[in-house]
Ligand binder design. Structure first.
Ligand SMILES: *[C@@H]1O[C@H](CO)[C@@H](O)[C@H](O)[C@H]1NC(C)=O
Ligand SMILES: *[C@@H]1O[C@H](CO)[C@@H](O)[C@H](O)[C@H]1NC(C)=O
Ligand SMILES: *[C@@H]1O[C@H](CO)[C@@H](O)[C@H](O)[C@H]1NC(C)=O
Ligand SMILES: *[C@@H]1O[C@H](CO)[C@@H](O)[C@H](O)[C@H]1NC(C)=O
Ligand SMILES: *[C@@H]1O[C@H](CO)[C@@H](O)[C@H](O)[C@H]1NC(C)=O
Ligand SMILES: *[C@@H]1O[C@H](CO)[C@@H](O)[C@H](O)[C@H]1NC(C)=O
Ligand SMILES: *[C@@H]1O[C@H](CO)[C@@H](O)[C@H](O)[C@H]1NC(C)=O
Ligand SMILES: *[C@@H]1O[C@H](CO)[C@@H](O)[C@H](O)[C@H]1NC(C)=O
Length: 900
């Protein structure tokens, strides 16, 4: 069942707990032998899951391999998932949902169950193009194929299923247009096509589906406007078309849908104002039009809909002052109100206190134009537990103690970021206990003193404290570690840690303390915080050795980030356990990489860049089968790397600026699977890291140092520059089909550039400068359409420079200092930078390159947004995390459905 159906059910039918009796009758030998055989043949199409299958291991209680009970000597009408007609003995229902089935199937065999009226194969891993093979099941009334890997378009023959009342194809890879559905299935009451690859306009003939009560079209690529024929869908109670490319004004046809209770049109491109008579949707319960471009004022008619409980208009361009009309506390049932990130201005209306049932209120970025904010207007909303009220543009300083002790006594989550907040204890209100506070966000509030009020947390544990980007100085209080699970203190001016005051067990799990003014050694009490999962002390002035006792944290610690300090000595020999990220870059560490890392089989990121580590190439790391990022840049690593390496998951390898020498075997890259094939099954997270923490790194790309604030999981780079490698560039480099950045410059590579480089179709940046390469530039490179930066200078190359736009948009200096390159591309490149029109290739000054680098740097450094020129676009097109939260994460997120 799709998420759409789930919310529908939970909103509308939550009182129904029993979906009726669907047990099979226990009559002897009711089953028809020929139908039993059909079912057994069907069963044979699938592999039987064995007991170590994820089906059993996963704690998903729903899953259950129903086919296990299908045995020849038992009446098939008693088999799990089967229901027969009591008179004829014909199979009429087949339910194999959550049955741990996988593999390619055609449902062709099922055509021999002609009386089947209900078929569910949902929540398996089935693939194939199935829709055309079910046309013979002409009695089908209920069809649920949701949550599988099915693909293909909707064939015309689906019209043969003329009795179909419920069709759920959600969460698959179905594609194409959908008009054959809407023209031929007049009895449909439920149609869920969410989370597929459907395209085209929503057909006008949707209006023919006059019995529809549930329509789900979210997360596809539908475009155009909502057809006016929607006005005839007057039984509709759930309509979802979030996350498509729909546009136009608010579809007024929807105003006729007086039964509508759930409407989601968020993440599209709708514009214009919302209709003032929106309250004609008098049964509306849930309305989500966030992340569009609606403008004008928010109609106060919304607050006249007494059934409305959830209203999300955040992230639009609504303006003017907010008004609630003559809303009354008694008629109004609004529980969740999201209006953040619009252009509202003026005072926050006092009448907001009449929304007496509110539990969640978000009015972040409401511009009060310098005016004061009176928190007493929230006091009457007794159940308010989440208030997001960041960036109000108030000039008044908010008194945190008063707000927490007087006005928001039952608040659980409070976000005051971007406002001026004072944490100084004013005696009059200082003694109230804090009852329910669990998350407090105070980023960028000009705070100078740590909020002592948190010591009065009545129930002990607080979940999250975000207090980065302030001016807090002095020591981090010692009581913190037993009170809070997540602490973000980064970008303040803390200079030390108080030793913990109590002996209570520690609770802190995530500690972010980067960009402060810490000095001295890393205090060893850190090692007593045995609940730590993530410790980030980067960008401080810590010196001395990394405490040896850090090994005591081995069971929980998964991310240790100490980059950019002045740490010395060697890495502790006993770092092992469950590390996922270890980043000690930019310190003064010496010695060898600790061999104990070999036990961190979970390690994904190892970054020791810019230290003085003196070791040979860590071939032993190849046993870490999860390693994805390896950065040894700028150390004293040395010796040969003449061995085939097996880095199955590695996607970024930077060993530049060391003393590696010798030749690379021609098969060097042949087992680097992650860079040669893209993993089709993308997992939930698109960046390295997870939840609270994202890995970051600096990478040379296109000739400039580029900061990857977050590392896309699909980013790939190989940087061997600045070593003493010699011999031929391994031919196997051509296997890395997903490689985006390749830098082999400043080595002693000789002989020809392997033509296999032409296979690197994803390559964006190629630098082989400053080697001893000879021969020509392979003509194959001319067809690499993403290749936007290249450098062949300072080699012995000769011959024709390839044609193609990419080669004609380089700087002349990229071809400098070779033995005889020529050709029209070079003429274009070098003539353009040489206005005298001199045809000969002149040595270029460094100036030009520098100018270009600055431009690239300017683009590359837009904080956290643009990584590469092409990746940037993909990146912006992803939806923020909270989007996923509303409906829960999808089982698997694919790049094309997640993108919009
Ligand atoms: C589908 O397969 C993947 C990996 O093979 C597994 O993680 C997932 O749990 C399976 N899903 C279902 C619904 O069986
Ligand atoms: C299935 O349908 C096709 C054409 O629509 C027909 O030729 C075939 O006989 C049908 N098969 C069965 C078993 O009904
Ligand atoms: C499907 O419908 C077409 C016409 O719409 C008809 O020619 C064909 O016989 C039907 N097939 C079955 C199996 O009912
Ligand atoms: C929609 O509502 C308007 C006004 O109530 C009415 O004139 C119109 O006929 C309705 N359209 C349909 C298709 O029901
Ligand atoms: C609000 O937006 C509407 C529509 O874009 C515009 O016409 C109007 O001038 C804006 N009003 C204010 C006060 O900005
Ligand atoms: C914030 O308020 C001040 C008045 O105190 C006003 O001048 C300024 O324009 C406002 N800022 C924005 C972004 O509207
Ligand atoms: C650090 O905080 C100050 C405000 O206190 C802010 O201006 C600055 O941009 C922040 N730096 C970072 C890197 O977030
Ligand atoms: C940070 O520490 C240094 C010395 O350790 C000191 O000179 C400097 O003033 C401190 N900065 C702040 C903002 O406290």
């Amino acid at each position: 069942m799709s998420r759409l159906m789930l919310i529908t059910l939970s909103f509308l039918f939550s009182h129904i707990s029993n979906f009726g009796d669907t047990h099979a009758a226990h009559t002897k030998q009711l089953c028809r032998p020929e139908q039993r055989d059909v079912l057994l043949e069907f069963k044979d199409e699938f592999e039987t899951p064995n007991s170590h299958d994820s089906c059993f291991v996963n704690n998903n209680l729903n899953r259950h391999p129903r086919m296990k009970s299908w045995m020849y000597n038992k009446d098939c009408c008693d088999w799990d998932g089967i229901k027969c007609d009591l008179k004829s003995g014909e199979v009429i229902e087949l339910d194999l949902s959550f049955s741990c089935l996988h593999g390619h199937t055609s449902l062709f065999k099922l055509k021999n169950l002609p009386s089947l009226n209900s078929l569910s194969l949902s929540n398996n891993n089935l693939s194939g193009e199935v829709l055309s093979s079910i046309r013979n099941l002409s009695h089908l009334n209920f069809l649920d194929l949701s949550n599988n890997l099915f693909s293909g378009g909707i064939p015309l023959s689906i019209g043969n299923l003329s009795h179909l009342a419920s069709l759920d194809l959600s969460d698959n890879y179905f594609s194409g247009e959908i008009s054959s559905l809407t023209e031929n299935l007049p009895h449909l009451t439920t149609l869920d096509l969410s989370n597929n690859h459907f395209v085209g306009q929503i057909p006008f003939s949707v209006g023919n589906l006059s019995l529809l009560t549930i329509l789900g079209l979210s997360n596809n690529n539908f475009d155009g406007e909502i057809p006016s024929s929607f006005a005839s869908l007057n039984r509709l109670n759930t309509l979802m078309f979030r996350a498509n490319n729909l546009s136009g004004k608010f579809p007024t046809a929807l105003l006729n849908l007086t039964k509508l209770s759930i409407l989601g049109i968020s993440y599209n491109h709708f514009t214009g104002t919302l209709p003032a008579n929106i309250n004609s949707l008098s049964n509306l319960l849930y309305f989500d039009a966030s992340v569009n471009s609606f403008s004008g004022t928010l109609p106060c008619a919304f607050f006249a809909i007494s059934s409305l409980r959830y209203l999300d208009m955040s992230n639009n361009q609504l303006n003017g002052t907010l008004e609630f009309g003559n809303v009354s506390s008694s008629s109004n049932n609004l529980v969740s109100l999201f209006l953040g990130n619009n252009n509202f201005r003026g005072p926050i209306p006092r009448s907001i206190s009449k929304l007496a049932n509110l539990v969640i209120l978000n009015i972040s970025n409401y511009n009060v134009q310098g005016g004061p904010v009176d928190f007493s207007i929230f006091s009457p909303i007794k159940g308010l537990t989440q208030l997001y009220i960041s960036h109000l543009n108030t000039t008044t300083t908010i008194d945190l103690n008063a707000v927490l002790s007087l006005h928001l006594k039952s608040i659980s989550i409070l976000d005051l970021s971007g406002n001026r907040v004072s944490t100084t204890n004013k005696s009059s209100v200082a003694n109230q206990p804090l009852q329910r506070l669990s998350s407090l966000s105070l980023s960028d509030c000009g705070i100078t003193e740590f909020p002592e009020i948190l010591t009065r947390l009545e129930n002990g544990l607080m979940t999250e404290l975000h207090i980065p980007n302030n001016k807090i100085k002095g020591q981090v209080p010692g009581w913190l570690w037993t009170l809070i699970r997540y602490v973000n203190l980064s970008n303040n001016t803390f200079n030390g840690f108080e030793t913990p005051t109590t002996k209570s067990p520690s609770s802190v799990t995530y500690l972010f303390a980067s960009n402060n003014n810490f000095t001295g050694e890393i205090p060893s009490f850190i090692c007593t915080l045995d609940t730590l999962d993530t410790l980030d002390l980067s960008n401080n002035n810590f010196n001395g050795p990394i405490p040896r006792c850090i090994g005591n944290l081995k069971s929980n610690l998964s991310r240790l980030i100490l980059r950019q300090n002045r740490l010395s000595g060697s890495l502790p020999e006993n770092i092992y356990g469950n590390l996922i990220s270890l980043d000690v870059g930019n310190n003064q560490l010496v010695g060898k990489l600790p061999r104990s890392l070999i036990h961190s089989s979970t390690l994904e990121v190892l970054n020791v860049e810019s230290n003085m580590i003196n070791d040979s190439f860590p071939f032993w790391l190849t046993s870490l089968q999860n390693l994805q990022i390896l950065v040894l840049r700028s150390n004293a690593f040395h010796g040969s790397i003449q061995q085939q390496t097996r880095f199955a998951k590695l996607r970024i390898m930077d060993i530049s600026r060391n003393n590696f020498s010798g030749t690379l075997p021609s098969v060097f890259f042949s087992s680097w699977t992650a860079m040669s094939t893209l993993d089709e099954e993308q997992d939930e997270e698109m960046y390295m890291g997870s939840g609270y923490y994202h890995d970051s790194m600096v990478l040379m790309n296109k000739g400039v140092a580029m900061e990857l604030v977050r590392i896309l999981k699909i980013y790939t780079a190989v940087d061997f520059s600045g070593n003493k490698l010699e011999g031929e560039i391994p031919n196997s480099i051509g296997l890395l089909k997903e490689l985006r950045v390749l830098n082999l410059s400043s080595n002693a590579f000789s002989r020809r550039i392997p033509p296999s480089l032409g296979d690197l179709k994803a390559l964006e940046s190629l630098d082989v400068s400053r080697n001893k390469l000879s021969g020509g530039i392979p003509q194959e490179l001319g067809s690499l359409s993403y290749l936007s930066h290249m450098n062949f200078s300072h080699n012995h190359l000769a011959g024709l420079v390839p044609g193609g736009t990419q080669f004609r948009t380089q700087v002349c200096s990229s071809f400098d200092n070779n033995d005889g390159l020529f050709g029209p591309s070079l003429d274009v490149v070098c003539r353009r930078t040489n206005p005298e029109g001199d045809e000969t290739l002149e040595p270029e000054g460094e100036d030009e390159e520098e100018v270009l680098s600055w431009v690239a740097a300017a683009v590359g450094f837009v904080p956290g947004i643009i990584f590469g020129f092409t990746i940037g676009c993909m990146l912006i097109s992803y939806r923020p995390e909270w989007f996923v939260n509303i409906f829960g994460p999808s089982r698997r997120r694919r790049r094309s459905t997640a993108a919009r």
